[in-house]
Design a protein around this ligand. Structure first.
Ligand code: HEC
Ligand code: HEC
Ligand code: HEC
Length: 167
C-alpha cells in the first residue's frame, strides 16, 4: 500500500517537472533580426514600408547621451539574438514576437502554427506597452488619444498593405 502511494507521488512529481519544463520551453523563442524577415517580406512591400517608419530609425536618431541612458533602451531597442547581437530600433520582432521558431515558410503560411511558435498578432495593448505615460516624452506622446487603426496606419506598414489591396 505504502509503496504504491510513494510510486504515485513520484509519478505526480515527475509529471509536474515535465510540465513546467514544457511551459518554460514554450515561452522561450530567440530573436533573429529584421534581415531574416526581409528575405521573404521584401517583395510584399512590408520591409520597405517598415523601413520608412519612425520605428526603423528611432534608436539611430537618438543623441549619444540618450543612447547611454539605460532607461531608454527598452523603448528604443528590440532585444538580443542568440549570438548576442543587439537589435536596435523597433524591429519586426518587437511587435511580432521573437522569430526563430516561426520564420520557416511552412509555419509562417499557417497562422495557428505561427502563433504557437511565438508569432504575435499585434494589439493596441502591445503598442501601449511602450506608448504610455511612463515612457520618454516622444514615445508617450503617441499614447495621447490613441486610436489603434490610425496609429498603425502612421506607425507601421499598413500603407503598403492598402496600396497592395488596391492593385
Ligand atoms: C521563408 C519566408 C519567410 C520568412 C523568413 C518570414 N516570413 Fe513572415 N510570412 C511568410 C509567408 C509566406 C506568410 C504568409 C503570407 C503573407 O501573409 O505574406 C507570412 C506571414 C507573416 C505575417 C502575417 C501572419 C498572419 O497570419 O497574420 C507576419 C506578421 C509575418 N509573416 C512576420 C514575419 C517576421 C516578423 C519575420 C522575421 C522574424 C518573418 N515573417 C519571416 C514568409 C516568411
Ligand atoms: C510597431 C509595430 C510593428 C512593427 C515594428 C512591424 N509590424 Fe508588422 N504588423 C503590425 C501590425 C499592427 C499589423 C496588423 C495591422 C495591419 O493589418 O496592417 C502588422 C501586420 C503585418 C503583416 C501582415 C500584413 C498583411 O498584409 O496581412 C506582416 C506580413 C507583417 N506585419 C510583417 C512585418 C515585418 C516583416 C516587419 C519588419 C520588417 C514588421 N511587420 C514590423 C505591427 C508591426
Ligand atoms: C518597443 C517599443 C515600441 C512598441 C512596442 C511600439 N512602439 Fe511606436 N514608437 C516607439 C518609439 C521609440 C518611437 C519613436 C519615438 C520618437 O520619436 O523618438 C515610436 C513612434 C511611433 C509613432 C510615431 C511615428 C511618427 O512618424 O512620428 C507611432 C504612430 C507609433 N509609434 C505607433 C505604434 C503602434 C501602432 C504600435 C503597435 C502596433 C507601436 N507603435 C509599438 C516605440 C514602440
Amino acid at each position: 500500500m505504502r509503496t504504491k502511494l510513494i510510486v504515485t507521488l513520484m509519478i505526480v512529481a515527475f509529471a509536474a517537472v515535465m510540465f513546467s519544463m514544457a511551459v518554460a520551453e514554450d515561452a522561450k523563442h530567440e530573436y533573429v533580426g529584421t534581415k531574416k524577415c526581409k528575405m521573404c517580406h521584401k517583395k510584399d512591400g512590408i520591409f520597405e514600408s517598415w523601413s520608412a517608419s519612425k520605428h526603423a530609425t528611432a534608436w539611430d536618431d537618438l543623441s549619444d547621451a540618450d543612447k547611454a541612458n539605460k532607461d531608454l533602451a527598452k523603448y528604443y531597442t528590440t532585444g538580443t539574438t542568440a549570438k548576442g547581437i543587439a537589435l536596435n530600433n523597433i524591429q519586426c520582432e518587437a511587435c511580432h514576437g521573437a522569430g526563430a521558431d516561426y520564420k520557416k515558410k511552412s509555419i509562417m503560411k499557417d497562422q495557428a502554427k505561427a502563433v504557437a511558435a511565438g508569432m504575435v498578432i499585434p494589439t493596441a495593448e502591445m503598442c501601449l506597452g511602450c506608448h504610455n505615460d511612463k515612457a520618454p516624452a516622444a514615445v508617450a506622446a503617441v499614447a495621447k488619444d490613441f486610436d489603434f487603426a490610425k496609429a498603425v496606419a502612421k506607425g507601421t506598414h499598413a500603407k503598403a498593405k492598402k496600396a497592395e489591396a488596391k492593385k
